[in-house]
Design a protein around this ligand. Structure first.
Ligand SMILES: O=C(O)CCC(=O)N[C@@H](CCC(=O)O)C(=O)O
Ligand code: ZN
Length: 331
């Protein structure tokens, strides 16, 4: 029944799933569309209050399939539920339509007090309430949130972590070691508040919270989950409330954002090929973008690598992150 919940939710039949019930080692409760809470009979020695979200962008399907796999394992009793878990399917109509979003990018709206109306702002408000309630109910446990995505382009590091910015919340070193063991290959530290879903949990709840890019966008059924086998091991450990496997953080490449390229007008253009992979480097003097309202953006004294380039974002939105290597954290 739990593993059917994903399919039934996406096919508008979630009412076919009872609102609450038993599962091996615990209970489940539906909090609302695309929001499933699992509560263990007993918590493991390393349990966190875990939020795992996917489908914040509707065309990013591999993470939804990965959560389906995790739910099947829980339902079959192959994992011993040992931590409270909130599973979230983000933008349900966009997932149904196979689109990144319907009207506006949901992953820029996670800010308390947002005033906009519409499908995505309403969903952001629902999800923020669900996160607040979940962390309040499980306030005795450290909060954790992994928001699972896939990227539009190829990448020199196919699986990587984006660490949201917050000056008051410190990332545990253990997180980097878990990500290294999960075969994530790079980490990107954000340099300013970004109002993404992972930023919400970090900023308002001091959660260990990250956006995880787990490969490239593909339709349902076209994802190769074998590359996510070690990621599934990390998630399984979190589900069971035991300590995840660790590896040397220095296996991963670390970067920090130096500059955000914004699309300021309709005529904005990126001056490199559309299929340029994430983390491609550009030399000093190269022109990266042209915007009729602000002119050229030219690389300054040191090389810059480009991440998430997209000239077609909404006007006023981020069109690329420009990043530089940064030292790995010292344990
Ligand atoms: O591949 C792309 O261009 C976009 C992939 C994506 O959706 N990335 C997230 C990153 C969120 C963050 O900065 O933490 C996004 O743009 O929302
Ligand atoms: Zn995404």
């Amino acid at each position: 029944m739990l593993s059917d919940w994903l399919d039934l939710t996406l096919n508008e039949h979630s009412t076919a799933v009872p609102e609450e019930g038993r599962i091996p080692f615990g209970r489940y409760r539906l909090l609302g569309p695309g929001m499933l809470e699992l509560e263990p009979h007993s918590v493991g020695s390393h349990a966190h209050a875990c939020i795992l979200s996917a489908g914040i962008h509707g065309n990013e399907t591999a993470p939804i399939e990965l959560l389906g796999e995790l739910l099947s394992m829980i339902e079959a009793g192959r994992l011993r539920l040992g931590a409270p878990l909130l599973i979230i399917l983000g933008n349900i109509p966009a997932i149904q339509a196979g689109q990144r979003f319907l009207d506006t990018n949901l992953n820029r709206l996670f800010q308390r007090g947002i005033q906009q109306d519409g499908v995505e702002p309403d969903r952001a408000r629902q999800l923020m309430r669900a996160v607040d309630g979940f962390y309040l109910r499980h306030s005795g446990l450290p909060p954790l949130h992994y928001d699972l995505h896939t990227a539009i382009r190829d990448s020199h590091y196919p699986r990587f972590v984006v660490e949201p910015y917050d000056e008051n919340a410190v990332t545990d070193d253990a997180q980097w070691q878990w990500f290294a063991a999960a075969d994530l290959q790079a980490v990107l530290h954000q340099h300013q508040h970004s109002w993404t879903f992972s930023h919400y949990s970090k900023h308002y709840h001091q959660a260990q919270s990250f956006t995880l890019e787990l490969g490239k966008v593909a339709p349902f059924g076209d994802n190769d989950l074998t590359s996510l086998r070690l990621m599934l091991c990390l998630l399984s450990a979190l589900v069971e409330g035991r300590e995840p496997p660790s590896d040397r953080a220095s296996r991963m490449a670390f970067f920090r954002v130096e500059h955000e390229l914004m699309r300021n007008s309709a005529g904005f253009q990126l001056c490199f090929d559309d299929d340029t992979p994430n983390f491609s480097e550009f030399a000093p003097g190269e022109r990266l973008a042209h915007d009729p309202s602000t002119g050229n953006f030219i690389v300054g004294d040191r090389p810059l690598a480009v991440v998430f380039p997209n000239a077609n974002v909404e006007i006023g939105a981020r069109a690329a992150l420009l990043v530089v290597p940064s030292p790995p954290p010292t344990p």
